[in-house]
Design a protein around this ligand. Structure first.
Ligand code: PA5
Length: 434
């Protein structure tokens, strides 16, 4: 049985052909993925990562996380894109709102705001901290700048030699500036395997170290991913919710729906959406093809985007994530005078009210011409996070191959960099701007 349930009733009615009639196409793409014969096949290492990961390194990650928890109040995780969003999504998915952890995890190098950096440098002055710098290429500008600045604060605080014991580098096993710098300085290093691209790297040290540092049960997360791996190794749409999701969104795209909006009713899901947007946006958006991926947090955004979704241009569909069992709940009480006129809800839980908002919104949006895919997850725990990561990764590979693009490159990301380097006067980039 699948840990993730998929309900398509409110999407099927918008389709002229149902996903099941494309089983043969699914089988072909599945074979292409598993035989590694499609575009970008050198980056399919994530496919069996839940089974074939480096167990020795995994133990080193756990050990490093214990040391960091012991000797640091703050862990600064430096990285951008796939070297940032997976860990951030996992931490947000699993955190208990308002509960302070003994280790604070702060991200840096995911933007270049001077305001953010100057305040972070101040904030760290009186804190014991460690750094986990993450970059597969080892040359990405944003994290490289952040690392240079933060390393300097660390060295001022602990001295050059001691600071080396507080820096953990996650990068390529042999190449790149970060690799050479880490080797020269003797930092503890973790590897992003050659065949695992950034946005598919959550289940490597990229995600594992920050998550383990937060005390998250990464064993359970890997078990979730492993069970998803087994579940989605069979291409039959009757047993493969990931491919069914991929096929449905592809057919909606072909029917003229150009935007997929991922929607959740829990604030803990906001960064899962951000990770999902990168995964699908960077994997599919090329050769002038691909769904535009957007996200919203409901019911908050029903009071901002709701009007457009209900009534604006009919070019989008929604994928709704429903968490079946919240970890905690609260009950509405009865009040004598009922001045706020809420007594009709007394005795009801807030999760019940939230669920009715979900149901009511789906009905309204479907009536308004917006197809809805519903993904139900039982709860927000580490097993489910691992399961969902794999669910979306394999669905993404299927979707991208369905529209005929290479899911694993990102040539378009280079364009802004060339102009930026030219504007900054980097050698070799002068000719990009006249
Ligand atoms: O998915 C990807 O490959 C990208 O989003 C990268 O993760 C991102 O550009 C950061 O690259 P790097 O890890 O090389 O610094």
């Amino acid at each position: 049985m699948s840990h993730v349930e998929l309900y398509l009733k409110d999407a099927r009615s918008f389709l002229s052909a149902q996903p099941e009639s494309f089983q043969e196409k699914i089988n072909q793409i599945h074979t292409m993925i598993h035989e590694k014969s499609g575009l970008g096949n050198e980056f399919l290492g994530w496919l069996d990562l839940p089974i074939h990961y480096d167990k020795e390194e995994y133990q080193r990650i756990l050990k490093a996380s214990q040391k960091i928890r012991k000797d640091s109040q703050v862990l600064v995780v430096i990285g951008i894109g796939g070297s940032y969003l997976g860990a951030k999504a996992g931490l947000e998915f699993l955190r208990k709102p308002f509960v302070k952890d003994s280790l604070e995890i702060i991200f840096a190098g995911h933007q270049m705001s001077s305001e953010y950096m100057a305040n972070l440098l101040d904030y760290l002055q009186d804190k014991d901290f460690s750094i986990n710098v993450i970059s597969k290429s080892g040359t990405t500008t944003e994290p490289a700048i952040a690392f240079r600045m933060l390393k300097s604060v660390l060295e001022d605080k602990y001295g050059v030699e001691q600071s080396k014991k507080r820096i953990y580098a996650t990068t390529d096993k042999a190449r790149g500036a970060l690799h050479s710098l880490s080797k020269t300085n003797g930092y503890e290093m973790f590897v992003i395997p050659d065949d695992v691209g950034g946005r598919f790297s959550v289940l490597t040290a990229v995600g594992l170290l920050p998550l383990a540092c937060q005390g998250i049960d990464v064993d359970s997360m890997m078990n979730g991913a492993k069970d998803a791996y087994h579940r989605f190794s069979n291409p039959n749409l009757k047993d493969n919710e990931a491919y069914l999701y991929a096929a449905t969104r592809a057919l909606l795209y072909e029917s003229g729906k150009k935007i997929e909006m991922m929607v959740g009713y829990e604030p803990n899901l906001l960064y899962l959406n951000e990770w999902w947007k990168q995964l699908f946006g960077e994997s599919e958006g090329k050769d002038h093809k691909g769904l535009f991926v957007a996200s919203a947090g409901f019911s908050t955004d029903l009071h901002s985007l709701g009007q457009y979704i209900q009534d604006g241009e009919r070019h989008l569909f929604e994928t709704v994530i429903q968490v079946v069992e919240p970890h905690r709940d609260v009950v509405l009480t009865k009040e004598e005078n009922d001045l706020d006129e809420l007594n009709y809800l007394s005795g009801k839980t807030l999760s019940y009210v939230n669920l009715q908002a979900l149901k009511g919104t789906m009905m309204a949006h479907v009536d308004g011409g917006v197809p809805n895919i519903l993904i139900q997850i039982p709860k927000m725990d580490s097993y489910t996070f691992g399961y969902l990561v794999y669910f979306f990764e394999i669905a993404c590979a299927m979707s991208a191959y369905w529209i005929g693009v290479n899911p694993f490159n990102q040539p378009g990301v280079e364009a802004y960099k060339k102009n930026m380097f030219a504007l900054l006067g980097k050698k070799g980039f002068e000719h990009y701007i006249k």
